[in-house]
Design a protein. Structure first.
Length: 208
């Protein structure tokens, strides 16, 4: 993928839910790499008092707002994963705001290269913003096991969550680099170190 001269090399880190994106992003951060995480940006975008939260309430009703005035994430997740039209409505509210905030953070983060974590990169306009795509990959059964221990209430719900996202094959098809994250953290960390050296080398060959 072509890079833009004069800017830090931008690596779009993506992967299916529960694939280990945050774990890998933290490993890059430990190496001193600027990390811009769109999940964290999304939380800021829907914080109480933000316009996006008011739009969500208007679009979906008070049932997706918790008693403390924050977004009821489990209720929202259940709603959008069972209704494609609802998911598209939510994305129309959130994605432009998340994209703008991501670009702003990347413009000020510096570094020879940056990791930009975008869970739904395949479907996102941010795909055109990054220079390379790094996919964190694991078996779907591993994702389901992690979801059951973390988020999902049942295996059927876990499978619905996976089905609502791009498939593993679709993610791998856009990958420039892949990290296999099946549970051995030392192995995952070594893969991160190898890519770190490669990205520094590539960033160092770029001219302003």
């Amino acid at each position: 993928m072509a890079t833009r001269r004069g800017n830090p090399l931008r690596i779009g880190l993506t992967g299916g839910i529960a694939s280990g994106k945050s774990t890998v992003a933290d490993m890059f951060a430990d190496l001193g790499v600027p990390v811009i995480d769109t999940d964290l940006i999304a939380r800021d975008v829907v914080a109480p008092g933000q316009p996006a939260l008011q739009e969500i309430r208007k679009a979906f009703g008070a049932g997706v707002i918790a008693e403390d005035g924050s977004l009821d994430r489990p209720a929202m997740r259940t709603l959008v994963f069972g209704d494609d039209a609802a998911r598209r409505r939510l994305e129309a509210i959130l994605h432009p705001r998340i994209g703008a905030a991501t670009r702003e953070q990347a413009d000020t983060a510096g570094g020879p290269y940056q990791i930009i974590v975008v869970p739904l990169l395949l479907e996102s306009s941010l795909r055109a913003f990054v220079d390379r795509v790094l996919v964190v990959d694991c078996e779907e059964e591993t994702q389901i096991a992690r979801l059951l221990s973390r988020d999902a209430e049942s295996e059927s719900q876990a499978r619905r969550i996976l089905a609502a996202q791009a498939s593993r094959a679709e993610r791998l098809a856009i990958a420039d680099d892949v990290i296999a994250n099946e549970g051995d953290l030392d192995d995952t960390r070594e893969q991160v170190r190898r890519l770190h050296r490669r990205y520094l080398d590539e960033a160092g060959t770029r001219k302003p």
